[in-house]
Design a protein around this ligand. Sequence first.
Ligand SMILES: *Cc1c(COP(=O)(O)O)cnc(C)c1O
Length: 229
Amino acid sequence: MTGDDIDVAANLADVHAAIADAARDAGRKGDDVTLIAVSKTHDAAHILPVLQAGHRVFGENRVQEAETKWPDLKQQFADIELHLIGPLQTNKAKNAVALFDVIQTVDREKLVHVLAKEMTKQDRHPACFVQVNTGEEAQKAGVLPDDTDGLVAVAREAGLNVVGLMCIPPFDEEPSMHFALLRTIAERNGLDRLSMGMSGDFPVAVTFGATHVRVGTAIFGHRAPPPSA
Ligand SMILES: *Cc1c(COP(=O)(O)O)cnc(C)c1O
């Protein structure tokens, strides 16, 4: 289903309930898990009902697309927390620092240094997650597991407020081992936030310790396919 026949407020409630169930099963509290509503490809009209339902934490994967809708929405709803969850090019770092409250896709030294410079310049300091390519997939963003400790150290040294790690497991693999690996790397780096789990696997991620789940389809319905090239 796409479009106007979707009851996003009901979907939101269902996702919250599923998070609470998974948390309880794991001896955790649902409140310890932050639900990031991933609104990429959806316009302000589709996001509005989720805001009106009281939700304030959102994720977008493209800086440019986010700039078309969130400055206005942030004016209407003061306490929005916007997460960047897509790959960040250094030439977009300035705009990303200006708009986003959390940047989840820090994955290389060059980006660390460009972000650090921008944050100082703008005196704006979004919290950062380091994205880890747990599946070591060639086409995927993220630092390799073996290089993560080094990048976390570089980012801290540069003054970034590193709060956690983020991963996107390979689509065709059972995600548990990836969630477990992310948690292990976070623990040895003294990081307590884990951004992992999407519509298809967020309850599993919660049992493995996710503090942030990124859920799009289960709230907004299926995204329209990108315009054909
Ligand atoms: C799109 C996206 C999501 C949400 O995916 P769904 O399967 O629609 O829940 C989560 N994380 C990232 C990084 C994404 O790009």
